[in-house]
Design a protein around this ligand. Sequence first.
Ligand code: ATP
Ligand code: DP6
Length: 660
Amino acid sequence: MAVFKMIRRDVQLLGETYLPKGQMLISPKEQLMFTGRGSVFAQSYLEEIYVMLLQGKCFHKPLSMDDMVVSALGRVHLRDGILMRPIAESRRAAIINSTWFEAMKLLKQMLAYANPHNFDLPPDFLHLCNTMENRYEPKGMNIPYHASLLPLHSRQQALLDAFNLLTNRMNLQYASWISCELPHRTEWPQVLHGNNFLRQWFRDKQWLNKDGTIKVPTGIEFLRAHRVLCCHSDDFARKGVCMYTWEQLHLLIHACTCELNRSHTDICVAYMPLRSNAKSDLNEGSVGYNTPCFASRFGLTLVFLPLGVSAPPSPISRLPPPPPATAPAPAPRRCFRSDRFPSMAAAEEGQWVLMATGRSPTNIAVIKYWGKRDEALILPVNDSISVTLDPDHLSATTTVAVSPSFPSDRMWLNGKEISLSGGRFQSCLREIRKRAQDVEDEKKGIRIKKEDWGKLHVHIASYNNFPTAAGLASSAAGLVCFVFTLGNLMNVKEDHGELSSIARQGSGSACRSIYGGFVKWCMGKNNDGSDSIAVQLADEAHWNDLVIIIAVVSSKQKETSSTSGMRDSVETSPLLQYRAQWAAEAETCNYPIYKCEGVCYKRGKCNACCKQLGFLGGKCNLLRGMLCLCCHEDDDQPPPSSSTHLPVAAIDHDHAANMP
Ligand SMILES: Nc1ncnc2c1ncn2[C@@H]1O[C@H](COP(=O)(O)OP(=O)(O)OP(=O)(O)O)[C@@H](O)[C@H]1O
Ligand SMILES: C[C@@](O)(CCOP(=O)(O)OP(=O)(O)O)CC(=O)O
């Protein structure tokens, strides 16, 4: 059982994470395997890991691709025995390939190793292999990208099939596939940005030069001291410094924020050996195909690109404006953080991508919303009140990207593509698009007229840092983040009330996550739902010593979703109307969270807990066979529930998880 201790807090900027003293950089059970072009730097990357792992003892043997393949298969021990053992024992492998060409070669080799006598490759994969067998990757050309021997999805599928075959044969339990096919076009944005954070980080380290270039010192001692994991860089090796323009760093930033919480190191510096004039590499994301892997292992991944391969070095005038000397105080009552910046390729006609990233916490209701009077608009049968949780612990982080090159709207949730065709997502998209405004950035060459938004498509990637669909209100965090971030990208000017009513159409409880602190969702009376919005009752500072503990007893997807559970209740429960009525009565006390006069069953008998939160939970729990426990503590009659006196949020969660 994992227990998250949470303090309730409004959204903050994503900050640095720290490696607790003595903590290992990477668990020996989580080795990565690198191949192909990536192996150039993967070698030094692995070396660095081992340097760290072995506490200073260098790993001398250079690893060839074959070494790594073999060791992943667990057949051959490396002389040093370092690499192979953990991989074989843990039966983990991650294939991170740099090109289709390399991916195919690698998979073929691995399959041959795995089962030399029964080399039954999936037909599409075989076709791919045969066609490309005698080709090599000419220098300076994007052959793998243009070698459309099979349509994109078939190539992807072919490799995936081969990979699945391999992992089945090897009985790999935690194999992961990280696709290499221009993920930047098809899977953008899988990694997130946080340029302000990053710039501040460089500034703090005094690595940001006045002219916008970055100067990073090197040396293993230095790297250790700063918990920087340096993969490889010719410049690092030769000159001891890296000089890069700020604009180039924008590319690096894509990788940086979403996994900060899982981070074991401050920063991972990878060097991408770009081919000269491989312009599309840069624009389309050479960064992309390796950074997600790094990002998933390390909180912050920087990929340093050689100067001059991309757009010309930035003149000062094109640098982003310097951040204010002191970070601005977070706007009160908001639950989001968001950045917006155009892609590096923006200047090129039709090649731009504009992105926005937001983060939003979830909320736990103390008076729950249960039952709808309108299923399509998501209008509830009762008011509800919730506490917004700390986004560091339970939140969704969502990046929305728009580009003329996107042929359709697409979305990825926790790395897997999900359909956007559902009515709820469509309602949110429609409502936000309707309110979209002009977006213009002359410097970057992006001009979007509000009427154009209807023709542009978006790619959305979202990650939850807690179990999804497991009763912890992922839909609340996810949908409000979706709406907010999309609104930010499309320059929607609506206030939080209006945004909450759009988020409500994605998932009811989502509307409350737009504010921090204690939030009420007013059920409203209007048929069009215009008055069914969230309002903040008290901000996060209101009750400083409140700590909410959520015990995650299961992170499995619930069998009955809240949506269908409450639908069943509406259709079958004769008690639901009474519950709604009680909730309405409770409202008459105007919900001072710290008072319960007027609605408590045993007025005057309440203890502190009851006075503050217990009553709300008690009231709410009534229909679940539980009375306000505080009120009944001294009563002659025991409460009609055998529940233990758990913190209310825990009771609620428990209930939410077991909701009929
Ligand atoms: N980050 C996200 N971005 C967009 N949609 C999300 C996100 N996270 C979850 N969702 C949507 O919400 C659904 C899960 O909602 P569901 O109501 O079943 O569970 P929950 O919200 O985690 O639990 P509960 O409502 O009981 O507290 C997912 O299937 C997905 O459609
Ligand atoms: C028990 C709850 O958490 C139910 C939340 O249900 P959802 O908001 O997920 O349901 P839909 O509106 O159908 O998406 C109570 C609450 O948060 O108020």
